[in-house]
Design a protein. Structure first.
Length: 152
C-alpha cells in the first residue's frame, strides 16, 4: 500500500491498522524518517529551518508501487506500507514511514531496509533545504547509491 500526502501521520496507528485482524504475521518492522536540524546537503553541520519536498503526482506513486512490488517479490511479506509526505516540513517533522510485516522477522527486516535504501535513490522527490546559507536543493549522495548496490 502506498500513500503520498501532505498531512502528518501517526506511526503507531499506521502499524496497527496494517496488521489489524491478521494472525499470520509474526513480526512487523517499521521505519520513520524525520527532518534533521543539523545537516546540509553536503553532509556538513548547518542549521536547517525547513525542508520542502516536491513530487510529480502519478509518477511518484507509480515508482513507489514498483519499489514495493519488488520487495514483495523478493521476500514473503504479508503486508507492507509506504507513507511519504510532501510540502514544507520543519525539523522533527515526520517525512516517511515504511512498514513491512511477515510471518518471520528476517524477511520483515530485510524488506524494510531494501525499501528505505531504494526510496532514497529512486523515489522521484525533490528536496529543497532552507538554512543559514539560504535555500539549496539536496543533491544525491554517493553513500545512498552505495547502500542500494547491495540489493542488486
Amino acid at each position: 500500500m502506498i500513500r503520498v500526502q501532505q498531512e502528518d501521520f501517526d506511526p503507531q496507528a499506521e502499524a496497527a491498522a496494517l496488521i489489524a485482524g491478521r494472525t499470520d504475521i509474526g513480526g512487523i518492522v517499521t521505519f520513520t524518517g524525520l527532518v534533521r536540524e543539523l545537516i546540509d546537503n553536503e553532509g556538513r553541520p548547518a542549521a536547517i529551518s525547513a525542508m520542502t519536498l516536491e513530487h510529480y503526482p502519478g509518477m511518484t506513486e507509480k515508482m513507489l508501487a514498483e519499489i514495493e512490488a519488488e520487495a514483495n517479490a523478493r521476500w514473503p511479506l504479508a503486508a507492507s506500507l509506504i507513507v511519504h509526505r510532501y510540502g514544507r516540513l520543519e525539523p522533527g517533522d515526520r517525512i516517511v514511514f515504511v512498514a513491512t510485516a511477515s510471518a518471520h522477522r528476517h524477511a520483515a527486516f530485510e524488506a524494510n531496509m531494501f525499501l528505505i535504501d531504494w526510496l532514497k535513490t529512486r523515489a522521484p522527490f525533490w528536496k529543497l533545504e532552507d538554512g543559514e546559507a539560504g535555500p539549496a536543493w539536496v543533491a544525491a549522495r554517493d553513500s545512498d547509491d552505495e547502500a542500494v548496490e547491495r540489493w542488486r
